[in-house]
Design a protein around this ligand. Structure first.
Ligand code: ARG
Ligand code: ZN
Length: 881
C-alpha cells in the first residue's frame, strides 16, 4: 500500500523574492494538442541568492536561453515541479520554450479547451502549467502577449489589457498582440481564443472616459446576455459612487465558458466566467440565477481594485481580496435589491455552509496557517466568514469611517502585494483607532459563541447584561473584538426603552443606526443600563452584527413578541427561526423516544402573526414562514452534543411541513392566489418577492391532496423558469407518473441547453423519494452526463452528497459507497472538482454510530487507493485525523 504524503506549505516560511521579473513577453502558437509557448522574461536579482528556482508542472521543456545563449542540460536542474538554474548576474534575460497540450487538460487549470475554444484559469497556481515562472502573487510584472492561431478556428484572440497589433500570417493563420499597462501577478493572466460572438456595450466613467464592454459567448447564447451586461454597468456605477473607484482600462471583456472549475475569474481586463454566471433569460433562468449573475459580475468587477490593483502577498492572504470583495458584492446586491432580505440570505448561507466547515476537520482561520493544496482553501471560511470580518470594521467604524479606511488602503498600497495586517492598519490609521485586537479574528478557527444573561433590578431600575465569549467550547482563546448591536424593547408597547450609561460604559457602548453598539472585547464583560423603567425584551445582534452563535435563554413569549414586531428585520426573522429550531429539536427527540411530534403553539403563533401581517415585506414574509435549513438543524444538534440520525430528521421535516400546510391551508391558499400575476417577467425587487412568496406557499400547498393540482397548473403555464422549476421542486417528493411525465417534458424541451439541463439533473439528484439512490445511479449513466464538465458533475454528484439526505445517508451505506467510487473516477479527471465532491464525508463524526462507521470506511478506502490527487488527499487525510 502506498500512501502519498504531499508537502505542506506554511505561512511562517514566507520569504520575499530573490528575483524580480520586470517584464514578460509571451508568444502562444496555438494548437489543440501541441501549443508552443515562448516566454521571454527580464530578471533583476534582489538578494545575494543566485539560485533561481522557477515553478513548472505538466510541461515539456523545449529549450532555455539565457542572454541569447542556449543552455545545455547540465546548466540547469529539472524536476516534475520546478526548474533550477544558477544566475549570478544582476540582470539577465531568459527565454523559455515549453510545449503544452490544451486538449488533454481535463484538470481545467492552465490553458485548456472548452467547447472547441481555448481558455485559461491561472488562480491559484495554474500559470506554472503554461510556462516556467515565479508562480506566486508577490511577483508583479508587465505582460505582453502575442497569440498566433488558425484564423478559421480562432476568430477571436484575446488576452489582458489593450490590443496593440494584429494581422494576417501565411498558412491561414493570424495573430494579435495584447499589452497590459498594469503590473500584475501571473494568476491574473488570461488568454482566450476561438470562434466566439460578441455583445457590445459601453460605459462612461465619472471622469468621462469611454470604456468598451464586451461579452464573448457562443453564437446560440447571444440572446442571453442582456442581464449580464446590465449588471456590469450597474456594478461600474456603484463602485464609483460608493467607493470612488473608477475602471482603469479602455476595454472590459467577459468570456462565458461551459467548462469551469469555479464561478468566475477576475483576470485583468479579461474575466473568464462559468457560463452559469453570465447567461440568462426568463425562460431559462430562475430569480436565484439572475441574482447570482448580478452578484458574480459585480464580484469580479470589484476585484479590479480589491485584488488586482492591490493584490495578495501570498496565498495565505487570500481573504484580503476575497473577504473584502464578497463584502463589496454583498453591499452592492443589498443596494440593488432589498438590504433586509440580502442580509438574511447571507446569514443563512453562512450558517448552513460555513459553520459546519468551521466545526469540522477542515476548520481553518480566515488566514490559514498552512495548506497542502491551495485550491482547497477557496472556502466559505476564507470568503464568507472573511466578508463578515470585513463587515465588522464597517460596523465598528461606520460607513464613513470604513470608506476613509478604504481610501487610505488604496493610497498606500496601489500596485502592491500586501497582507491582511496592511488592510487592518489602513482601517485603524484612517480612523485613529487601535484595531490590533481584530487580528484575533484572522488567526483562530471556529465559530465563537456569545452567552448573554440579563438581570433586572426593579428597585434601582437597572438592567445588567453580562456577556461571555467562548471559542470551540473553551475560553482559552485570544479574546475577540465583537460588536454587539442591540436594543431593549418594551414588552407593553413595542417601543425601544430609554436608558442611560455610566461615563465608563459610554466609551464601550454608543448609539448606532439600528440600536446600540456595545464593543465586547474581553472573555467576560458586563454592562449596566441605568434608568430602565421595566424589564425589557432584548433584541440582540441586530443585523447579525458578528458571525457568532448566540446563547441567550430567551423565553418563548419573548421570541414570539420579537418575531412579530421587532423593527430590526434580522432579529425578527431570527426569533421565528429560533422558535422553529426549538420545535424541530423537540420533535427530533420525540421521534427518538417514540413520542408523538407536535407543532409548538409558540411557533404556530409566530407563523400566524407573520402570515397575517399585511405591512410585512413579501420576501421577508416568505423567509419568515420557511423552516430553517436541514443543515442548520444539524448544526444545532451537533452543538448540543447530539449525534444525527438522518431518518429522524427526515421524519421531522415531513411532519412539520405537512402540519403547517394543514393548519394554515386557507391563508397559504389565499396568499398563493393573491401573488399570481399575468405580467411579463421582470427582474426587480418587487416581482422577485411576489414569486418567492407564491412559490413558498405552493410548496406547502403541495403537501395537501386537495391542493395538489396547483403544481401541475403552474408547471403547465410555463411562464418563466422560476415558476416552472418551483412547480417541479414541489413535485419532487412524489413517486408518481405525473412527476415523471413532467420531467420527461422538461427534458425534451431543454436538452439542447446545458444550463437548464443541469437543473434537470440536480432536481433528480436531490430526489427524496424511495428510489433516490437508484435514480442517482442512473443519472451518471445518462448519455448527457459527462465527468469532464464540472457543472454537470456538481449537478449530480455535488447535489447528491450535499442535498440528498435520503439517498446519500441511506442506512445501507450504499449512498456513501456510490459517492466514494465516483470521487475516485472524477479525481483522475479533475482533482479540484473531486475535492469539492468528497467534502460531505468530512462531516462523518456528526452522524449516528452506524453511519459514522460506514462513512469512515469509505474515507479509509479512498486513502488506501494510494492514487489520490493532492486535492482529495488533503481533505480525506485531514478528515481521518
Ligand atoms: N478569484 C476567483 C473569485 O472570484 C476564484 C478563483 C478560484 N479558482 C480556483 N481554481 N481556486 O473568487
Ligand atoms: Zn473573488
Amino acid at each position: 500500500m502506498s500512501i502519498q504524503q504531499p508537502k505542506e506549505i506554511f505561512l511562517k516560511d514566507y520569504r520575499p523574492l530573490d528575483f524580480e521579473i520586470e517584464s514578460v513577453d509571451l508568444t502562444f502558437e496555438l494548437d489543440p494538442s501541441e501549443t508552443l509557448v515562448t516566454n521571454r522574461m527580464k530578471f533583476v536579482r534582489k538578494t545575494d541568492q543566485s539560485q533561481l528556482k522557477l515553478d513548472g508542472e505538466h510541461l515539456v521543456l523545449v529549450s532555455i536561453e539565457k542572454d541569447g545563449k542556449i543552455l545545455d542540460q547540465e546548466d540547469f536542474y529539472l524536476t516534475e515541479t520546478d526548474l533550477t538554474l544558477n544566475c549570478p548576474e544582476q540582470q539577465f534575460e531568459l527565454v523559455v520554450k515549453t510545449r503544452i497540450n490544451p486538449e488533454a487538460n481535463t484538470r481545467l487549470e492552465g490553458l485548456y479547451r472548452s467547447s472547441g475554444n481555448y481558455c485559461t484559469q491561472c488562480e491559484a497556481e495554474g500559470f506554472r502549467t503554461i510556462t516556467y515562472y515565479l508562480d506566486r502573487p508577490d511577483c508583479l510584472s508587465y505582460f505582453t502577449t502575442k497569440i498566433i492561431g488558425d484564423e478559421c478556428e480562432n476568430k477571436v484572440l484575446l488576452s489582458n489589457g489593450n490590443l496593440i497589433e494584429f494581422g494576417e500570417l501565411e498558412g491561414g493563420k493570424h495573430f494579435a498582440v495584447w499589452e497590459d499597462p498594469h503590473k500584475k501577478p501571473c494568476y491574473l493572466f488570461a488568454l482566450v481564443a476561438g470562434n466566439l460572438e460578441v455583445v457590445e456595450g459601453h460605459f462612461e466613467t465619472k471622469d468621462s472616459r469611454r470604456v468598451d464592454l464586451r461579452l464573448y459567448v457562443q453564437e446560440n447564447n447571444l440572446d442571453k446576455c442582456d442581464h449580464a451586461m446590465a449588471s456590469l454597468k450597474k456594478s461600474m456605477k456603484w463602485d464609483e459612487e460608493r467607493f470612488g473607484l473608477i475602471y482603469d482600462l479602455d476595454v472590459y471583456m467577459v468570456v462565458a465558458v461551459d467548462d469551469f472549475n469555479m464561478g468566475a475569474m477576475e483576470n485583468k481586463g479579461l474575466n473568464v466566467f462559468n457560463s452559469k454566471f453570465v447567461l440568462a433569460k426568463p425562460e431559462t433562468a430562475t430569480d436565484v440565477d439572475f441574482e447570482g449573475i448580478e452578484s458574480v459580475i459585480a464580484h469580479e468587477y470589484f476585484h479590479n481594485w480589491t485584488g488586482n490593483r492591490v493584490t495578495c502577498r501570498d496565498w495565505f492572504q487570500l481573504t484580503l481580496k476575497e473577504g473584502l470583495t464578497i463584502f463589496r458584492d454583498q453591499e452592492f446586491t443589498s443596494d440593488m435589491l432589498s438590504p433586509a432580505v440580502k442580509r438574511i440570505e447571507d446569514v443563512k448561507r453562512l450558517r448552513s455552509f460555513q459553520f459546519p466547515e468551521d466545526a469540522g476537520p477542515m476548520s481553518h482561520p480566515i488566514q490559514p496557517q498552512s495548506y497542502i493544496e491551495m485550491n482547497n482553501f477557496y472556502t466559505m471560511t476564507v470568503y464568507e466568514k472573511g466578508a463578515e470580518v470585513v463587515r465588522l470594521y464597517q460596523t465598528l467604524l461606520g460607513r464613513d469611517g470604513f470608506r476613509k479606511g478604504m481610501d487610505l488602503y488604496f493610497d498606500r498600497f496601489d500596485g502592491q502585494a500586501v497582507t491582511v495586517e496592511d488592510f487592518r492598519n489602513a482601517m485603524a490609521d484612517a480612523n485613529q483607532r487601535d484595531l490590533s485586537q481584530m487580528h484575533h479574528w484572522y488567526i483562530q478557527p471556529g465559530t465563537p459563541k456569545v452567552t448573554v444573561t440579563k438581570q433586572y433590578d426593579a428597585g434601582n431600575k437597572t438592567l445588567s447584561l453580562s456577556f461571555k465569549q467562548t471559542l470551540n467550547g473553551k475560553q482559552e482563546h485570544l479574546p475577540l473584538l465583537i460588536p454587539v448591536v442591540f436594543d431593549v424593547l418594551s414588552p407593553s408597547n413595542e417601543a425601544a426603552l430609554s436608558f442611560s450609561l455610566s461615563e465608563v460604559d459610554q466609551s464601550r457602548c454608543s448609539r448606532a443606526d439600528n440600536g446600540w453598539l456595545f464593543e465586547l472585547t474581553k472573555h467576560d464583560e458586563s454592562l449596566v443600563l441605568q434608568g430602565v423603567e421595566e424589564e425589557g425584551y432584548l433584541s440582540l445582534f441586530r443585523g447579525f452584527s458578528a458571525p457568532i452563535l448566540l446563547d441567550y435563554a430567551c423565553t418563548q413569549d419573548e421570541l414570539v413578541a420579537l418575531a412579530s414586531y421587532d423593527s430590526d428585520s434580522f432579529v425578527r426573522w431570527e426569533s421565528i427561526q429560533t422558535l422553529a429550531l426549538m420545535n424541530l429539536i423537540e420533535n427530533v427527540q420525540a421521534v427518538e423516544d417514540n413520542r408523538e411530534m407536535v407543532l409548538s403553539e409558540y411557533y404556530a403563533k409566530a407563523l400566524e402573526s407573520n402570515l397575517a401581517d399585511t405591512s410585512l415585506d413579501l420576501a421577508l414574509k416568505s423567509l419568515a414562514i420557511t423552516l430553517p435549513d436541514e443543515s442548520y438543524l444539524q448544526e444545532a444538534l451537533s452543538d448540543k452534543g447530539m449525534l444525527i440520525n438522518t431518518d429522524s430528521i427526515l421524519a421531522v421535516y415531513g411532519y412539520m411541513k405537512q402540519t403547517i400546510a394543514e393548519k394554515f391551508e386557507s391563508s397559504l391558499l389565499a396568499i398563493y392566489q393573491q401573488m399570481q400575476s399575468s405580467e411579463a417577467y421582470r427582474y426587480d425587487k418587487d416581482a422577485i418577492a411576489h414569486r418567492m412568496l407564491k412559490n413558498r406557499c405552493l410548496n406547502y400547498l403541495s403537501k395537501l391532496p386537495a391542493q395538489q393540482d396547483w403544481m401541475q397548473t403552474q408547471f403547465d403555464q410555463q411562464s418563466n423558469m422560476t415558476d416552472v422549476f418551483a412547480a417541479l421542486e414541489a413535485m419532487k417528493p412524489y413517486d408518481s407518473v405525473w412527476k415523471k411525465a413532467n420531467l420527461a417534458d422538461f427534458y425534451h424541451k431543454w436538452n439542447h441547453d446545458d444550463l437548464v439541463l443541469d437543473k434537470w439533473f440536480a432536481l433528480q439528484a436531490s430526489d427524496q423519494s424511495d428510489s433516490a439512490l437508484d435514480l442517482v445511479k442512473s443519472l451518471v449513466e445518462h448519455a448527457d452526463f459527462h465527468y469532464t464538465n464540472p457543472n454537470r458533475a456538481r449537478s449530480v454528484l455535488g447535489v447528491f452528497g450535499r442535498m440528498n439526505m435520503k439517498g446519500f445517508h441511506h442506512a445501507s451505506g450504499e449512498g456513501y459507497a456510490f459517492l466514494a467510487s465516483e470521487v475516485l473516477k472524477l479525481d483522475k479527471i479533475n482533482p479540484q472538482v473531486a475535492a469539492r465532491i468528497v467534502s460531505p464525508f468530512t462531516q462523518w463524526k456528526r452522524y449516528d454510530v452506524a453511519r459514522q462507521e460506514k462513512m469512515k470506511s469509505q474515507l479509509t478506502k479512498l486513502i488506501e487507493s494510494g492514487s489520490l490527487s493532492k486535492d482529495v488527499y488533503e481533505i480525506v487525510s485531514k478528515s481521518l485525523k
